[in-house]
Design a binder for this molecule. Sequence first.
Ligand code: SF4
Ligand code: URA
Length: 255
Amino acid sequence: MWTDRELHELELLTVTRLVGLKHTAPAPIATPAAENVVVAPPPAAPAVPVPSAPAMPSADCASLGWQALREVVRDCRRCRLGESRKQAVFGVGAESAPWLFVGEGPGAEEDAQGEPFVGPAGKLLDGMLAAIKLARGKDAYITNVVKCRPPGNRVPQADEAAACAGYLDRQIELLKPRLIVALGKTAALRLTGEEGSLASQRGRRFTYRGVPLVVTYHPAYLLRNLPDKAKAWEDLLFARRVFSEPVAVVQAQLS
Ligand code: SF4
Ligand code: URA
């Protein structure tokens, strides 16, 4: 567990105290309006419309288990990112973790170490997880929309996200998370299929392939925009509420 000092360094102590997380029930946050409850397309539909994409059909890896999938990703050259990466970054966490966090793509440190979110943004993500009592490698699985580093940390292009889509989809099938948290715009677009701003997607409950999905800011964005950390905190509390909702609610919304 994180000490107060560590939370302070992560600038999360104030917010955890503000909402009384450490001592009392979380502060109430706005209930999403009924019209904001969005059910994502059924499983067969592609999440991102990608005109020029040599989209990898999920069927390509639909029968693979974790180890085989990891090996396919390790050797993958389906898109140009495979040419410039040092190594593919598959994901980290328990293969039965109930929470799935999806970022954009590996950065330089992730490319060098082979693990997602190990740079400064990763430190903040770990703090965010700890603040809602989750731990990397235990309750949370962490991966990215694209498994290989885009050169210069540019945003992955639509055809790259599409080429990599089958891998994330298979990870979701194998993991069977109870909740997916999309970190930032790239993951939000990939998983909601909506082009809208992140601000318009926060606080809404989506589903992706039958799994509840919420959206929040990317930790790297939060490092540059400290005032928005309080909003990310609200998002995490909302995520925790969606995570705790009875399975019956999820089933009713899908039927
Ligand atoms: Fe393959 Fe995905 Fe890497 Fe592209 S980003 S080479 S599709 S693993
Ligand atoms: N940013 C991401 O989106 N993913 C990582 O793994 C690291 C930084």
